[in-house]
Design a protein around this ligand. Structure first.
Ligand code: SF4
Length: 217
């Protein structure tokens, strides 16, 4: 099937990012345990991945299984999660989603958006992260890097910031199986080249494809 112009452009962007970042690993260290990815994804709201990785070490050494976390003392959980911010909500959600995982889903992370969204604290971003990394079926994780960079590249107006709308706009542009790796790479690219405040357009491998660059040069 013939690709549209936007699909062709996304193909080029994805291929170039894959060449620069062959290793598309998730920044969260979830030890191949889907439940840990779920919890860490929720902890990462308004918190850095580095901080989540650090906190998670202590968290999972004290509560190594969903059953342990479901039975955790809420005040103790809050104390551990305090460095991640929003710790009361995050502790409540971690405990409750662990309980639901054990009681409703037989200890297995759901493999579909509808069921994932029933877990407390799980929105489309975390659900897509889990679906992508665990089941390879997730759509774009429209985090701050993805939203900013894909807007600058011209896949939608730069003023568009609605994550759900952006996910719908990007979804048809790349096969589902590639979207998760693309998003891990765009996070790296956003950290070392296309930063929010001072993008390094002069050394950017995507410069010739970028609308932001065209407008501002
Ligand atoms: S040219 Fe500049 S704004 Fe465009 S993607 Fe590259 S770094 Fe970002």
């Amino acid at each position: 099937m013939k690709l549209t112009k936007k699909q062709e452009k996304m193909r080029a962007v994805a291929d170039r990012l894959a060449a620069v970042y062959p290793d598309a690993a998730c920044a969260l260290k979830w030890d191949d345990d889907p439940w840990k990815l779920l919890i860490m994804g929720c902890l990462s709201a308004q918190c850095t991945d580095a901080r989540v990785n650090l906190t998670a070490k202590e968290l999972f050494s004290l509560y190594p299984t969903p059953g342990d976390m479901a039975d955790a003392d809420l005040a103790e959980l809050e104390a551990i999660l305090r460095p991640c911010g929003l710790f009361r909500t995050k502790a409540k959600n971690a405990k409750e989603s662990s309980r639901m995982l054990v009681e409703t889903f037989d200890g297995r992370l759901p493999d579909n958006m509808e069921e994932l969204l029933t877990l407390p604290g799980v929105g489309r971003k975390v659900a897509n992260l889990c679906l992508g990394d665990v089941y390879h079926t997730g759509s774009f994780v429209t985090d701050t890097h993805c939203i900013r960079i894909c807007g600058r590249l011209g896949f939608y107006p730069e003023s568009e910031k609605n994550p759900a709308k952006i996910e719908r706009l990007l979804d048809p542009l790349l096969p589902r199986a590639e979207q998760s790796d693309f998003c891990h790479r765009i996070v790296n690219f956003g950290r070392d080249t296309c930063q929010a405040r001072a993008p390094k357009c002069d050394i950017c491998p995507l410069a010739d494809l970028c609308e932001h660059r065209k407008k501002n040069s």
